[in-house]
Design a protein around this ligand. Structure first.
Ligand code: HEC
Length: 241
């Protein structure tokens, strides 16, 4: 082989590598996260452009993935446990900043019904939930947290579509929808939610009242403000507003 040929091959190889490298990068807009937000400093104000694991991601994973028989600590299907930050990282299903190499993202966006997670007949994640998880990975899959100053909790004009449904969607419907809803309680349609709202079971469960199961199961209680808002909506007759 002449020097010329070797040189030609080498330059072809490097062209390929540039092509491949470009193929792997994607055009995600990753906000720059200042260093001082990397630890769980109490008193860090919440930045609207940043995804916070405990606040935004954990409720989705707990109610859709870390369920009994799936990816809670006891069941750990495929050795994957998705019930807290450390277990998510140890399960190696996310590669920080790299969506394409993150198995978690791959399975929730899978189109093959045999591979998609959560498995049918469980409800798939919503477009919004998938977008949150994608952004979290693109921002480095960190355990950031923040504190919003505790302003007054406004319980005026609480609507089903604007507040109640999204809250239930993040925290509850992974278990309370699909073919075999937990406790036979369905929380992804207004009429079903209205039934448990008006018979007292919804409030009993989220306020951890005596005689009720404590919901969301396996997680902390909803915030006092969120509970007050649901209460206000129920007191209004749990309308489909
Ligand atoms: C990880 C799964 C899971 C999540 C998440 C979850 N639940 Fe449940 N829920 C259950 C199971 C399972 C039961 C049946 C009772 C039992 O066996 O513990 C139940 C029962 C209930 C009941 C009946 C309680 C009773 O004592 O009558 C209500 C109401 C309820 N859930 C509401 C909710 C609400 C509201 C949320 C979200 C804020 C939620 N659940 C989140 C699994 C879950």
């Amino acid at each position: 082989m002449t020097t010329h040929m070797i040189f030609k091959r080498l330059s072809l190889v490097s062209l390929w590598m540039i092509f491949l490298l470009q193929g792997c990068t994607h055009e995600a807009v990753t906000p720059v996260i200042p260093d001082d937000m990397e630890d769980n400093t109490v008193g860090t104000p919440c930045d609207p452009g940043v995804i916070y694991f405990e606040r935004d991601i954990l409720p989705i994973l707990r109610s859709n993935c870390a369920k009994s028989g799936c990816h809670d600590a006891e069941s750990h299907q495929e050795d994957i446990i998705l019930d807290n930050f450390q277990n998510v990282i140890n399960s190696k299903v996310v590669k920080p900043f790299d969506l394409n190499d993150s198995e978690l993202y791959e399975v929730i966006t899978e189109t093959d019904p045999d591979k998609i997670m959560p498995e049918p007949p469980n409800q798939s994640l919503s477009v919004n939930q998938i977008a949150l998880i994608a952004q979290w990975i693109e921002q480095g899959a960190k355990a950031l947290s923040c504190d919003d100053p505790e302003g007054p909790c406004s319980t005026d004009n609480i609507s089903y579509s604007g507040f109640v449904a999204p809250l239930l969607s993040s925290n509850c419907i992974g278990c309370h929808s699909g073919g075999t809803p937990s406790g036979n309680i369905v929380l992804n349609s207004h009429s079903a939610v209205q039934t448990v709202a008006l018979n007292g079971r919804l409030l009993g469960a989220i306020t951890w009242a005596a005689g009720y199961q404590q919901m969301p199961k396996g997680s902390g209680m909803l915030t006092a403000c969120n509970i007050d808002k649901i209460k206000a909506w129920i007191n209004n007759g749990a309308p489909n507003n």
